[in-house]
Design a protein around this ligand. Structure first.
Ligand SMILES: *Cc1c(COP(=O)(O)O)cnc(C)c1O
Length: 605
């Protein structure tokens, strides 16, 4: 089943005939709460007389968000359409009732031709007779507000719903405000436009996410709706602003071209070997193997330049950016590890680098900030929202949509919108390819178990990818107990794709809580969600205490200080002591080294 939740178009208006003035003390805060709640588009009413709006209001909203913007007004000329585009809207409302059929068609086609999306609003029987003449790209708006009496009636337009062809994107305007109302009609519509109830809510983000969650959208048979395409079963896809679709298509196109290009592959391989230190060894941990009573092997990504597997990805994407002729690299970072890995590659490839980092994280991760600066990167402090990773990602996406011509966004893990999960898996799959070859060389057979820690899921998918088709190999992903999106989460849309996420009872994304910064992410890559559902990978958790124990154990018994992230995978494997046959072989992906974690660990010893 392909579950798609309804799109919400969240409205900004200063007053309305039925309500009077709305209090918006802080427009930026309102827009951020719409974004946090998962709005897919922002609607701005620019009509002055009845709704108190203006084009300036729309321009202000444009500066605050990278989401698509719908301009609502009583518009009637081509000049109006030009002006709409110029002000920064991506979609425009055309009210059929105000025009002859021919005029409506003319305005619609013109707006589409200059690159605007169009929402054609239909009210009555006469309007509805237009449907088959409208271009399929036009979204259909059904309005429950009677324009003469200005009253809303949530049943009026509904009577027309069944007459609209399946391939049309339908937006219910006005009159819906409660989750129950939406749920009743949502399987016949794709989106709902919500205004007054959000503007009068004490917690718009919460209401919005509730509305989204309760309503399953009608399936679209319309191919142009890219945002609805999923890539890993029902997970993944591109839930992104219209503005990002083209830049990401370019990235996808370039990736597909260069991943098979001999010169590109050569360049990457040379750098992987001589700069980063590949292949990394597969080490048999003899001391621990004796104690555990099976054969434990460690894939030593901790020995990679930079101290973790992240270099595989940043080097790959950095070279892709270079091949595309991009002069600037940007990235988001939470604890700073991905930021450091991008800054390092930026120095190597002589790129300008901007790292977006929450202000709170900058305070907490002083050393990594210093490292990034030493590599020559600019660290941009993000002060919106909770001032952490989630906000840094939003800010980086905002910057990217405005600057994609010269900029490449290096995503840090196998999550985010398509094509990032696929690109990151590709560049990390070298861990699996090497491991498989190394274990076959050493033991002449496939391993019993392959185990990796899962934050966003890049090191895990990297090592799993080579074994997925080997049915006898058990694959185990270990999440941090406090950030276990797969174990404790439910499917939702976060950072551009659909996947398991940690949500509170209201459907808002909750903060994760783990001792290891790299596993402290409320989402996870979409491919893992699929692998969980089809039960190809078993996902489990390790607590902070179990990870700390494994951290110390490996240091003492093998002379290797593992990253706290990797310690989670080790902790699971330690729990298998005596439970496997003597001949069993287990590979743990040691994703990184633990020097960076010493100050954290000291607090707990
Ligand atoms: C970032 C990081 C992780 C978590 O990221 P994934 O994308 O899940 O691999 C794990 N281990 C180390 C050492 C890291 O730096």
């Amino acid at each position: 089943m392909n579950t798609t939740y309804i799109d919400i178009i969240a409205e900004v208006k200063l007053k309305s005939p039925s309500h009077g003035s709305f209090k918006i003390p802080n427009l930026k805060k309102l827009i951020i709460s719409y974004e946090d709640g998962g709005a897919n588009m922002i609607s701005v009413i620019t009509d002055k007389e009845r709704f108190g709006g203006s084009l300036d209001l729309l321009k202000k909203v444009r500066e605050l968000t990278s989401l698509p913007i719908l301009r609502k007004d009583f518009l009637s000329t081509k000049k109006d359409m030009d002006e709409t585009l110029e002000a920064g809207a991506t979609c425009v409302l055309v009210i059929a009732r105000d025009h002859t059929h021919n005029k409506t068609l003319e305005l619609t086609k013109y707006a589409l031709s200059i690159g605007l999306e169009v929402l054609v609003e239909l009210h009555n029987k006469k309007d509805f007779s237009l449907i088959n003449k409208l271009p399929k790209e036009a979204k259909i708006g059904i309005n429950n507000r009677d324009l003469v009496t200005l009253k809303t009636d949530s049943n009026f337009a509904i009577s027309f719903l069944d007459k609209i062809p399946d391939d049309r994107y339908i937006v219910a305007e006005s009159g819906f405000s409660k989750p129950e109302e939406l749920a009743t009609y949502s399987k016949k519509i794709n989106a709902a436009l919500i205004g007054s109830s959000l503007l009068t809510s004490s917690n718009p983000a919460k209401l919005l996410s509730q509305l989204k969650k309760t309503a399953l959208a009608k399936e679209l048979t319309f191919a142009r709706n890219q945002q609805r395409i999923s890539y890993f079963g029902e997970y993944g896809g591109q839930f992104i602003p219209e503005l990002l679709i083209k830049p990401l298509q370019e990235v996808e196109f370039a990736f597909n071209k260069f991943k098979n290009d001999k010169a590109f592959i050569n360049k990457l391989n040379v750098l992987l070997d001589t700069y980063a230190g590949r292949p990394t060894p597969l080490y048999k941990a003899e001391n621990l193997s004796r104690e555990l009573k099976f054969n434990l092997y460690l894939k030593r990504e901790d020995l990679l330049h930079g101290g973790a597997h992240k270099t595989n990805n940043t080097l790959g994407q950095g070279l892709l950016a270079d091949a595309m002729g991009k002069k600037e690299l940007i990235a988001e970072t939470g604890a700073g590890q991905h930021g450091v890995a991008v800054a390092m590659i930026g120095a190597l490839l002589k790129k300008k680098v901007k790292i977006f980092m929450g202000a709170r994280d900058i305070e907490r991760q002083h050393l990594n900030v210093q490292r990034m600066k030493l590599y020559g990167a600019e660290v941009v402090s993000v002060t919106s929202g909770s001032k952490t990773l989630k906000d840094a990602i939003n800010e980086a996406l905002r910057y990217y949509s405005a600057n994609s011509k010269n900029t490449f966004y290096i995503f840090g893990t196998a999550a985010g919108p398509h094509p990032f999960p696929t690109i990151v898996r590709h560049f990390q799959s070298i861990i699996g390819t090497e491991s498989r070859e190394q274990i076959l060389n050493e033991t002449k057979q496939l391993p019993t178990i392959v185990c990796a820690c899962v934050g966003g899921g890049s090191n895990a998918i990297g090592i799993f990818s080579a074994f997925i088709n080997d049915e006898t190999v058990k694959l185990i992903g270990v999440e941090a107990a406090g950030g276990a999106s797969l174990t404790n989460g439910t499917p939702a849309i976060l950072h551009g794709s659909r996947s398991y996420c940690l949500q509170d009872s209201n459907g808002s994304i909750s903060e994760s809580q783990s001792i290891s910064a790299g596993l402290d992410y409320p989402g996870v890559g979409p491919e893992h969600s699929k692998l969980k559902d089809i039960k190809r990978v078993i996902y489990t958790t390790a607590t902070d205490a179990q990870a700390l124990y494994a951290f110390k154990k490996l240091s003492k018994d093998e002379g290797i200080i593992p990253a706290l992230e990797s310690s989670h995978a080790l902790a699971y494997v330690l729990s298998l002591k005596g439970k496997l046959p003597r001949t069993a072989t287990v590979i743990v992906n040691l994703s990184g080294r633990g020097d960076k974690d010493l100050t954290t660990v000291e607090k707990y010893i």
